[in-house]
Ligand binder design. Structure first.
Ligand SMILES: Nc1nc2c(ncn2[C@@H]2O[C@H](COP(=O)(O)OP(=O)(O)OP(=O)(O)O)[C@@H](O)[C@H]2O)c(=O)[nH]1
Ligand SMILES: [Mg+2]
Length: 341
């Protein structure tokens, strides 16, 4: 018991992960099915059929009177109306969380049109709002304008908006089938969300608490996420190198204000190794940037080290990755990527 308390109070930060639209709900399904213990999962969609297939702690169909549960058909304005019409229920569902993590694919109707509004509702209640969004493949041409619009609205309303560019992720494993590509993206985003949730709610080798996270994520605009992995004798160097070479969107780091680095490793990971990685992956940032580290031991990882670094206050540059080809190719690329990421 902590001195000065009656022992009943819960000092862990309360977290909700809210998935919006098809992509967001799929991510929630994955998190829930894999058993996320540190956060409440909430799926929100205008599409009743899709929502029916999703498993989550809470599910919510929005704008029933407007779309009849048939989805927003790629129209963000319509989805924004749906979010507005369901404002009271959404506000109720996200009430009382210290942090709300939003997930949505930019480029369609529901996720694109409702993300900014849900972010605003969560902020009004005082939650720290961090959004994970994907930016459409080059081959989804008509969706990019919508995505740009959605991203702009969202970054005005969320504290930090972390962007994953689909093409960029796929440039590390070209010629993947679209479905496999989505699966991969969901995995990466899901791991990142789970990483943040676990980091602040479970005992760790190097603890990161909610106050630390808030300091680097409050009012920070857009952010980039880099992921890396190391294994074997040079695992620390490999982890640093792969993290620096696997940004999920290219960005101009000039204005970088802060960064969060999280390292996960098997039980042999030492504090010294984790610190070395934290320093290695943030070396190029301005000396004034506020950098926080966290590290957790996950016995199943054995000799493997996994790194996630999120750099905030940067400007994403879209379109630097080669466009994903529409060709179909073997799934072995997925296995290859699974190892790097
Ligand atoms: N990672 C991932 N991305 C997806 C998935 N489905 C779609 N996307 C991407 O997310 C963007 C938005 O698609 P959806 O999430 O299906 O759209 P929505 O928000 O449901 O919009 P409406 O169906 O028009 O209401 C697409 O342009 C794709 O780039 C998925 O299962 N996983
Ligand atoms: Mg949909």
């Amino acid at each position: 018991m902590i001195e000065g308390t009656n022992g009943d109070e819960d000092f862990t930060a309360k977290l909700a992960v809210v998935g919006l639209g098809g992509m967001g709900s799929n991510l929630i399904n994955r998190l829930y099915t894999n058993g996320i213990r540190s956060a409440t999962t909430i799926a929100i969609n205008t599409d009743a059929k899709h929502l029916n297939m999703i498993r989550a702690h809470k599910k919510m169909l929005i704008g029933k009177e407007i779309t009849n549960g048939l989805g927003a058909g790629g129209f963000p304005e319509l989805a924004a109306k749906c979010a507005d019409a369901s404002r009271a229920e959404i506000t109720e569902a996200i009430r009382g969380y210290d942090m709300v993590v939003l997930a949505a694919g930019m480029g369609g109707g529901t996720g694109t049109g409702s993300a900014a509004q849900v972010a605003q509702m969560a902020r009004e209640q005082g939650s720290l709002v961090v959004a994970f969004v994907t930016y459409p493949f080059g081959l989804e041409r008509s969706r990019k304008l919508k995505a740009d619009w959605g991203l702009e609205q969202l970054s005005k309303n969320a504290d930090t908006t972390i962007v994953i560019e689909n093409d960029k992720l796929l440039s590390y494993a070209p010629n993947l089938q679209v479905e496999k590509a989505f699966e991969l993206i969901d995995n990466v985003a899901g791991n990142a969300v789970k990483g943040i949730a676990d980091t602040i709610s479970m005992p760790s080798l190097i603890n990161l608490d909610f106050a630390d996270l808030r300091a680097v994520m409050r009012d920070m605009g857009t952010a980039v996420i880099n992921i890396g992995m190391g294994q074997g004798p040079d695992k620390v160097e490999k982890a640093i190198r792969s993290t620096l070479t696997h940004p999920l969107v290219e960005a101009d780091l000039d204005g970088a204000k802060s960064a969060m680095v999280h390292v996960t490793g098997g039980t042999s990971l030492t504090i010294e190794e984790a610190t070395r990685i934290g320093e290695g992956v943030t070396e190029s940032l301005d000396a004034k940037a506020n950098v926080i580290f966290g590290a957790r031991l996950v016995p199943e990882l054995q000799d493997q080290i996994r790194v996630m670094s999120i750099v905030t206050g940067v400007k994403p540059i879209f379109g630097s990755a080669p466009r994903m080809s529409e060709e179909r190719a073997p799934a072995m690329a997925l296995d290859y990527l699974g190892r790097i990421l």
